[in-house]
Design a protein around this ligand. Structure first.
Ligand code: TYM
Length: 331
């Protein structure tokens, strides 16, 4: 069985982008592959969360993994900071990661632009930590959304560089994976691009949002005055809403509104209502389970502990072998 690794940062509740870009694939992959799904709490330290916020957000991700159908008997679910071997591999990989390539990473440049006062070394070497996450289990498939594609390319670079330096074929090449033919990019509701946690509350629909909240967010989503001629190309905010509909609604519903748009008969009120109802239906099973699972701290503790044990077993094996390849040997 091929090995799969993926993670989500503990920066808040999961939204539809996280679900359709990542978690939905996790759930489907667990019966087919040897799966490791983790909570990237070390990665979330770049923004200096308070201990209370960090702890709460780790819990959100764990609860929502379970509520989405990741089965702790089938997959290894763990918290990144419970596996210190990852930090050790990160240190080794850092020796062969170069300033120039790290500075050129798109996500680094975006973060520098968004937050020029907090350009810390952890942010710069973020892709190295991510490579360590993946290589620690020698994974080959990494289910992620479109925004992570460049990070996967960097993970291959760092793995290959290690192999070349030590004249080995130790690390296999990991590739981004999705069951759909392309990696998914779920747009947000602000008319401007992808759904994200940092783009503002109203831009994202969370798995835990109640139906009324979802209706309000969708009805307020950016649109325009409607098409002014038949078969007109869609401006970005409208295209984004259609893309969202493609993700949550049936093929027929999407085609129906597509036709209305092309004939200039679309009413955005009806269109948004349908989109909101389909989002409510798509998230309903998870919304209910989130509340129940969140109450059961002893179950959560047990899942995290069991996962950490399994993840460490795999990670310790890799670290033992990597240390020996590097030349750390006992006398
Ligand atoms: P993060 O925490 O930002 O997002 C978690 C996952 O959700 C996907 N995603 C989206 N997919 C489609 N459309 C969107 N609007 C959208 N927003 C988020 C992301 O692509 C990701 O799959 N660096 C990673 C976390 C990470 C990781 C790893 C992933 C750390 N180590 C090792 C895989 C393997 C991140 O920040 O994802």
């Amino acid at each position: 069985k091929e090995t799969v690794v993926s993670g989500i940062r503990s920066t808040g509740k999961l939204h539809l982008g996280n679900y359709y870009g990542a978690v939905k694939n996790f759930v489907q992959m667990q019966s087919e592959y040897n799966c490791y799904f983790f909570i990237a709490d070390l990665h979330s330290l770049t923004t200096h969360p308070t201990p209370a916020d960090l702890h709460g957000n780790i819990k959100h991700v764990l609860v929502e993994y379970l509520a989405s159908g990741i089965d702790p008997e089938n997959s290894t679910i763990y918290i990144q900071s419970d596996v210190p071997e990852i930090a050790e591999l990160y240190l080794y990989l850092n020796m062969n990661a170069y300033m120039g390539e790290l500075e050129r990473s798109t996500s680094f440049k975006d973060k520098v632009r968004a937050n020029p006062d907090n350009v810390n070394a952890g942010l710069l070497t973020y892709p190295v930590l991510m490579a360590a996450d993946i290589l620690i289990h020698k994974a080959t498939k990494v289910p992620v959304g479109k925004d992570q594609e460049q990070h996967l390319e960097m993970a291959r670079t760092f793995g290959n560089r290690f192999n070349r330096l030590y004249n080995t074929e130790y690390f296999p090449e990991p590739y981004a994976f999705s069951y759909s033919d392309k990696l998914v990019k779920v747009p947000g509701l602000d008319g401007k691009g992808k759904m994200g946690k940092s783009e503002g509350e109203a831009n994202a629909v969370y798995l835990s949002d109640d139906p009324e909240t979802i209706r309000k967010k969708v009805m307020r989503a950016v649109s325009d005055g409607g098409p002014t001629e038949e078969n007109q190309p869609k401006p970005e905010p409208i295209q984004n809403l259609f893309d969202l509909m493609k993700v949550v609604s049936s093929v027929d519903t999407h085609a129906h509104f597509e036709e209305l748009y092309n004939k200039m008969q679309i009413r955005y009120g009806d269109f948004k209502k349908q989109l909101a109802e389909d989002m409510i239906i798509a998230t309903a099973p998870m919304r209910e389970r989130i509340q129940d699972i969140a109450k059961d701290d002893s179950y959560l503790r047990q899942v995290a502990k069991h996962g950490a044990l399994k993840a460490r077993e795999s990670a310790q094996k890799t670290i033992r072998e990597v240390r020996s390849l590097i030349g750390f040997k006992s006398f």
